[in-house]
Design a protein around this ligand. Structure first.
Ligand code: NAI
Length: 343
């Protein structure tokens, strides 16, 4: 079974290479994203292996199907970049639902602490032998209120971390879970009472721009917004405006709505044409990491192992635990028995 890997970085290769050439698997690595222009690289392949910023729209799906490609193995959890509906009846889609919720939740806290204790500023100062403390005053997390939107695997770990810091934790989730460890409140109350808001819900039509000028107007002055989920949860222009108006105290962004053309690449010698991103990065109270939250050794190993076992399970049994099933109405939790697949 030949698989075309798109958007491959050296760390992907390192974690997947141990499976290459074994159990009948052969991997072809490509640095380019999967797009309408690059889809033909998957010629003669059984499947494609894609990541968060690959484009898997109707045109790409139809082209893959025409070429005889049978599987799309996502080496990530989120699948908002895949038109699952259009895959139905054509391609089987698998994802890696959990590889390390700790990696992402810990990164969210790392960004939060860096931001509110001005570690990013202090690091640069002391490297230049500037030991002044002026303008480095932070605030305690202890006793503050953290508002968590989305209390799934990552949200729950982040709730625990916040509780470890002695914070009051409130949460909102469209589908509350009995063991989330925080008090569920309506979204309006979460906006009004949180000192820190951390986003851990998926990107859907409902959650797109959940942080916008209207929701920002309902927040506390000085609120810190942390986004390690998906960029389009935040309207970046509204966020920028909120920062300029001093309403938002800080923003920690591991994801950005228009990240696809920028993140994961080295633009250090270039002029970045995205003015909103450039302005955000120029702010002293904004920290941007390049969709890095998942990047731990544990997560990379789990991603490779689960992706490979998804492919092998499907090949052996004709079904796979982590198949995304549009037909059943609930994409991740097939209402049918997993073994009676929809197609
Ligand atoms: P999960 O599926 O375990 O949890 C998502 C939670 O969001 C669920 O409890 C769900 O009920 C809730 N939710 C769904 N619709 C909602 C809505 N309209 N409003 C509020 N809550 C809603 O997912 P997990 O593993 O916790 O991941 C969360 C997100 O983190 C993923 O969707 C993905 O976008 C992002 N992610 C980012 C990574 C990074 O490197 N920055 C790595 C992995 C995931």
């Amino acid at each position: 079974m030949k698989f075309a890997f798109f958007d491959v970085k050296p760390y992907d290769k390192a974690s997947f290479d141990k499976f290459n050439g074994k159990s009948g698997l052969e991997f072809k690595y490509f640095e380019s994203h999967l797009t309408e222009d690059t889809v033909d690289l998957a010629k003669d392949c059984t499947g494609v292996c894609v990541f968060v910023n690959d484009t898997v729209n109707k045109t790409v799906i139809d082209r893959l199907y025409k070429m005889g490609v049978k599987m799309i193995a996502l080496r990530c959890a989120g699948y908002n970049n895949v038109d699952i509906k259009n895959c139905y009846g054509k391609l089987h889609v698998f994802h890696v639902p959990a590889y390390s919720p700790y990696a992402v939740a810990e990164h969210a806290m790392a960004m939060l602490l860096t931001s509110i204790r001005r570690i990013h500023k202090a690091y640069i100062r002391t490297r230049d032998f500037n030991f002044s403390l002026n303008n480095l005053t932070g605030f305690d997390l202890h006793g503050k209120t953290a508002g968590i939107i989305g209390t799934g695997k990552i949200g729950k770990v982040f709730i625990n971390i916040c509780k470890g810091f002695g914070m009051r934790v409130i949460a909102y989730d469209k589908f509350p879970s009995p063991d989330c460890g925080a008090e569920y409140v309506p979204l309006e109350k979460l906006f009004a009472e949180s000192d820190i808001i951390s986003l851990h819900c998926p990107l859907t039509e409902e959650t797109k721009h959940i942080i916008n000028s209207d929701s920002i107007s309902k927040m506390k002055k000085g609120v810190v917004i942390v986004n390690t989920s998906r960029g389009a949860l935040i309207n970046a222009e509204d966020l920028l405006q909120g920062i300029k108006e001093r309403k938002i105290g800080a923003a920690c962004l591991d994801v950005y709505e228009e990240e696809a053309d920028v993140f994961f690449q080295d633009f250090s010698g270039h002029i970045v044409s995205d003015d909103v991103l450039a302005r955000l990065i120029s702010m002293p109270n904004v920290i941007v990491t390049s969709h890095q939250a998942f990047l731990t050794e544990e997560a990379l190993n789990n991603i490779a192992e689960t992706t490979v076992s998804n492919i092998l399970d499907f090949n052996k049994n004709g079904w796979c635990e982590n198949e995304l099933c549009y037909r059943c109405g609930s994409i991740e939790k097939c209402k049918k028995d997993r073994q009676q697949k929809c197609f």
